[in-house]
Ligand binder design. Structure first.
Ligand code: ADP
Length: 223
């Protein structure tokens, strides 16, 4: 069964490289997106991409209210270097009552302030992407990974030829390594919570959750 995500209403404030890319992807995923930037040239680039694109200064409370920003389920604040504008915008959005505000932080101080004033999610795209790429480059088995904490991750690993034809019960991964296979992907097919009798096939991608040390042990010993 294919799960289709419900269409949601987003506003993206700041259409630099990060905000612009978030905006395009949200539209591609079928969402309604209001794109906002104080720079008219930036906005012009998004008139044919976003559902609506407006020139507005997001630090102006009246402007935000007139855009009906309160009615948006999620607002992304992607104001890059202007930390002051980013903080003020976030504060206003939370005061107006926007439920879910995701903000791009420039550094750790910025991050702390954003959390204090109620940002629901704070992201560091450059740092996060750098980590992700380093992980992928340093370990050829790793296709993708999500860091759950400093110690735990969800990792997508290509099953090596050595594993083909072996059943999960035979590999006994949970008992031996303390990690769990959440799902197995093969092309478009995804098998969630595979049965113990499942035999690993060519091209299988294992999605595993566990302690980073245990995942590494599994890769070293089994992959
Ligand atoms: P990135 O690092 O993601 O490329 P930029 O710093 O280039 O980020 O882009 C930030 C965007 O935010 C710019 O297009 C800028 O015009 C916009 N911006 C800055 N301040 C405001 C504001 N007060 N209201 C709306 N947009 C703003």
């Amino acid at each position: 069964m294919k799960v289709v995500a419900k269409k949601q209403q987003f506003a993206v404030i700041g259409l630099g490289r990060f905000g612009g890319s978030v905006c395009k992807e949200l539209v591609k995923l079928g969402n309604e997106v209001l794109a906002i930037d104080s720079d008219e040239q930036k906005v012009n680039k998004y008139t044919n991409i976003a559902t609506h694109a407006v020139v507005a200064d997001a630090t102006d409370e009246k402007v935000l209210a007139s855009l009906g920003i309160r009615n948006f389920e999620k607002v992304i604040v992607a104001i890059g270097d202007n930390i002051q504008a980013s903080i003020l915008t976030t504060l206003l959005l939370k005061e107006i009552g926007v439920e879910n505000v995701c903000v791009k932080a420039k550094n750790n101080y910025h991050h702390k302030v954003l959390e204090k004033i109620g940002a629901d999610k704070v992201v560091h795209p450059e740092t996060d992407m750098g980590k992700r790429i380093a992980q992928q480059l340093s370990d050829e088995n790793v296709i993708d990974y999500i860091e759950l904490s400093d110690e735990f991750s969800i990792v997508e690993l290509f099953a090596s030829a050595k594993l083909e034809g072996k059943s999960l019960v035979e590999l006994d991964i949970r008992a031996r390594f303390g990690i769990t296979i959440l799902a197995i992907k093969n092309g478009e097919e995804i098998n969630v919570s595979p049965e113990p009798e499942y035999k690993i096939a060519r091209g299988d991608l294992l999605i595993v959750i566990g302690h980073n040390d245990d995942i590494k042990r599994f890769e070293d010993q089994v992959m």
